[in-house]
Ligand binder design. Structure first.
Ligand SMILES: [Zn+2]
Length: 99
């Protein structure tokens, strides 16, 4: 068994920089190719038949007022009841509007 292949090669700073630069350049090209390929396949896979309408309906329900929340009569934001600052004739105002 010899250690010839593992022997450290003495490179000048300039040679070292060139080697690193060429390595980086090679990696960049490789990465660009990978990205191109994955983007193409993603674009092909992205079209889902009939899946979009159901998602839109679900996102509207998230905005619904909960039992421990109220809608501010001034800014019309749904606030948590801990932010209720004033109630006047059934109209509720949040602490941000009353603050
Ligand atoms: Zn408000």
């Amino acid at each position: 068994m010899t250690f010839e292949s593992a022997a450290p090669t003495m490179l000048s700073e300039e040679d070292r920089a060139k080697e690193i630069a060429s390595l980086k350049a090679g990696k960049t090209v490789e990465m660009a190719n990978l990205i191109d390929e994955s983007e193409t396949s993603l674009a092909e896979d992205f079209v889902l038949p009939g899946g979009e309408t159901a998602q839109e309906e679900a996102s509207i329900e998230v905005m619904a007022e909960q039992a421990d929340e109220f809608t501010c009569a001034s800014c019309f934001m749904v606030r948590h009841r801990t932010l209720l600052a004033r109630e006047d004739n059934g109209q509720k105002f949040c602490s941000e509007c009353e603050g």
